[in-house]
Design a protein. Structure first.
Length: 170
């Protein structure tokens, strides 16, 4: 099972791949928009030759022997079925009546809840820890970052740059 800690780097890698991949598609679209369509006639596709029909040999007829007759089952005389004995009738005693009222029951008294001991019997409370004060420290000022001007980026021949290329032709 993948953990959530390995999910974040994977998501970042996929996002970077999508961003890097989309940068090249813009250049390709600009290049396709600027190039003219070739006027070469389309090549004709040669016709597909007809499939040869294979000759299928005929299967020789096979004669099977005649099916043997099924022998008849001889009739069997079964003994007579015995009669089911009769169950003697038994008189059942009548069911006792269910009382409609529940008799009252006296319960013993509830035991008393014990009292909580007073605070003198409890262990002493731990005093709060004393945290020393942090001294105030003044930091030196941040040094200034010098301004650097970069030389202009040279264009690679035959590679369109989005800011150097002319707008696409309509």
């Amino acid at each position: 099972m993948a953990s959530s800690s390995s999910y974040l780097p994977m998501a970042i890698a996929v996002a970077i791949m999508l961003l890097v991949g989309n940068g090249n598609t813009g250049h390709a679209a600009r290049l396709l928009a600027d190039t003219a369509q070739p006027t070469v006639p389309a090549a004709t596709v040669p016709a597909v030759p007809a499939m040869p029909k294979p000759t299928i040999p005929t299967v020789p007829a096979v004669t099977l022997p005649p099916m043997p007759a099924v022998p008849s089952v001889p009739a069997v005389t079964l003994p007579p079925k015995p009669a089911v004995p009769k169950v003697p009738s038994v008189t059942v005693t009548p069911m006792p009546a269910v009382p409609t009222t529940v008799p009252a029951v006296t319960l013993p008294p509830m035991p008393a809840v014990p009292t909580v001991p007073n605070a003198a019997a409890l262990p002493p409370v731990v005093p709060a820890a004393v945290v020393p004060a942090v001294p105030k420290v003044s930091l030196p000022p941040m040094p200034a970052i010098p301004k650097v001007t970069l030389p202009p980026m040279s264009a690679v021949p035959n590679v369109p740059m989005p800011f150097l290329a002319p707008p696409p032709k309509a």
